[in-house]
Design a protein. Sequence first.
Lengths: 110, 507
Amino acid sequence: MDKRYMALGTSMLVLKLLNNQSMYGYQIIRELEQQSRDVFKLQEGTLYPILHTLEQQGAVTSYQQTADNGRIRKYYAITTHGQKLLDEKLKEWEVYQTAINQVIGGVLFE
Amino acid sequence: MNKKTPESPVSQFLNEVTDQISYEPLRPSIRQELEDHMNDRMEDYKANGVSHSDAEAQALRDMGDAVTIGTELNEAHKIQKAPQLTLISALLLLTGFIFTSFMSWRPLYMASRCLYYIAGATLLVFTVLKGYPFLIRKRKSIALLTGFLYLVQILLFIMTLVKKTRHGIPSTAYFATILFVPVITVLLYCSRHNKKKFLTIAVLCTTVWMFFMYTAHSFLGDTAEIIFLLSTLGTVWFMIHRGILTGPKKYLYPVSLAFMVFIGSPLFLSESGRYNMDTFLSPQSSVNSTWDDSYNGVLIQELLSKTPLTHGLKLTPEELMEYGTGAWYFTSRNPGNIGIDATGINTPEQQAEFDKKVESLRQQNYLPRYIYYQVEDVTLWDILPQHYYNNYMIAVFIFLFGWIPGLVLIGAIVLFYLLLFTYSLRINGKLASALAFSCSQCLLWQGVLYLLGNFGHQYASFPNLPLISEGQLSILCNTILLGLIFSAYRHDHVMEEPVNYKPITSG
């Protein structure tokens, strides 16, 4: 897949997950795996540059919370700006998806 | 001999990642976050019956390439540079240094002012490099120290009121009032989630403000107070706009405006406040002698109207004498209003006669201005507002070089402010952006009032043109403000939000 769309897709998925609830990094990976039935298996380390970049852009904010096992976890939460960004990314993705479908559809029905 | 324990593969991986991150203070928290992630993954593997070493190896494989992760994280946390703002700030500081050297008429005076420029430049560099991170990490100690300093200032005010003699340097109170804006910004930010704490801070800050307002302005003028009010209101509105101060915006904006008007009401309702406002709006209304600042304003407006576009002001010696003595304005030529000829005094008898004339004017409550030049040797410099060149640098520049070069200078100053706000608005961090915006406001309102004064509309005591006019405390105060803006911008991508930030030590 085109790298740009790969990046667009990953950050969109992360924002989409955070739009439902605040999560820490590992939780995001697990949710991605479970909801996509193991289709999205990221190189897990690559999630953090995405999260940190979204935080720098003001799309997500972070806070720390102690888990039941005593471990301090860094949670990420979507911001209002992040929700707007998610809407934009979803529209952009829709354009991409439509284009793909049209091409695939064209090949299939020729 | 102790044998060094070999590093675990996880530790090697984490070292590899964090080695790519150029801003070292950020490394421990990133390391901790990745380490926690890998521990979670390993625990899941082990829960499924995988051995520790296999779980570790698998977790490492799942993470991906350490150098790539570290490089991408470094990209997200780069220190930001502001080349355009750096260039124009350096140019303005250099201009101020040259102006100060050029306009100081005594070598000692010049030396002391130049020293402040050197100290100011050093302070600027330090604040740019360390200011914001230092503020975040040591904010509690800084808050205590600042509180102590303001307490000392309040005690000095009380001593001034009780003993009727001035204690301390008025300039410190002037700049303490201006620097109170970023102090309040940080305090409001840090207490914003706790209603009780927020109200306590607001009451404390208002009390300190009241002391400054009611005790200091009697001998300081109201300029610092108006700069404080405008800057604080602008910053609070910015914090509301950005969602840093939360609540229904349609109430927050008018309530904050009403509060500022209330605490600043003496500036408009007291007798001195009304006089300042009248003089500001219509300088002609309060001219009594050539010593008045309002007279300088009227003279400047008259001279600016005669200055050509492309070259400096050219006046005949007779016209210069008219302006120099004030005779052009006080057409009655009352010796009490216009300058008194102080030339040609060579003998004791002439001196005695001169002193008698001066004494007679003083008894009539006039403060005569001595005129040390005559129509044969008068120059443009003799007629400019005496000893106040620093206050009228823009106007003097236009008189000397014409309107177009003057407008270029004003354009450079406007460009400086545009860049200042552009960079401040680019900052994402909530505290960093609020702090930078508050400092930009303090610099802006000083500049606006200074520029208005240079076109004849002076409000209360003269403000400084940041980095350019006046050396001394103005340079130090304004370099701190400018340095904080640079530093907040520079560290925007590497500092974490302070309220949520708890330093994590790597295990």
